[in-house]
Design a protein around this ligand. Structure first.
Ligand code: ADP
Length: 209
């Protein structure tokens, strides 16, 4: 059930200061007691508030559920991101492959000597190189990576929907989460299709689907 603005305000007041009488709630909202009577009735009937005669209203502990679309809009990259796995651009393709297995990730982010984002290595980038090249230990990853400025990235405060759209539009599996610094882009996280799937599931669980 979705609450309107006034019902949400009433719930907040009771959460903070309950037990509280209807008269006191009305006073806090600068409204007449009669004006908020229907809202109090709805909140009580829906189980958000408990009312005791001569004591007042208590918060029952039941949380109002958001609509699915509000829930999706509220999902931010920063709440679902994973730890990024980063390699230096002079690391060999061989070592990058080992790193990918050790860290169990599908994408490595490449950084330059000032630790700023300079490239991306996907599974197929490494596979493609492995097929055609023998001396993988001698080949630095900066030769084969997808490089800046062609990297698609996102920020912690972006919505997950925005990040998902970028991944689908560019047909890529992950995005670095970055913070802009004067020297370049600092990699602080990683958003993958797995993170999006986890978010999708958490939304379903929240709504008991
Ligand atoms: P795979 O190549 O294993 O299918 P992706 O679909 O993620 O994995 O990558 C496809 C191509 O896009 C690769 O060449 C990779 O370097 C590049 N790529 C991956 N992620 C990004 C990104 N965030 N920005 C730009 N290019 C990327």
């Amino acid at each position: 059930m979705e609450l309107n603005k006034r019902q949400t305000e009433i719930l907040e007041i009771v959460k903070l200061d309950g037990p509280i009488t209807g008269e006191q709630i009305a006073e806090r909202l600068k409204l007449a007691r009669a004006t908020i009577r229907p809202d109090l009735a709805i909140l009580t009937m829906a189980g958000f508030l408990d009312a005791r005669p001569r004591v007042g209203y208590f918060y029952s502990g039941k949380k109002p559920t958001q609509s699915v679309s509000d829930g999706m809009i509220g999902m931010k990259v920063g709440d679902f991101q994973s730890i990024p796995v980063v390699v230096n651009e002079n690391v060999s393709v061989y070592d990058a492959i080992c790193q990918m297995f050790l860290e169990d990730v599908g994408t490595l982010f490449v950084v330059d000597k000032s630790s700023c984002l300079s490239g991306v290595l996907s599974r197929k980038d490494l596979l493609r190189t492995s097929i055609g090249t023998t001396e993988l230990e001698k080949l630095p990853v900066h030769v084969i990576m997808t490089r800046m400025p062609n990297i698609t990235y996102c920020k912690k405060q972006d919505t997950l929907i925005h990040a998902a759209k970028k991944m689908m539009d560019k047909q890529i599996d992950s995005l670095p989460v970055i913070v802009e610094k004067s020297k370049g882009l600092e990699v602080v996280g990683r958003i993958t299709k797995t993170n999006i799937t986890a978010a999708f599931l958490s939304l379903a669980e929240e709504h008991e689907l």
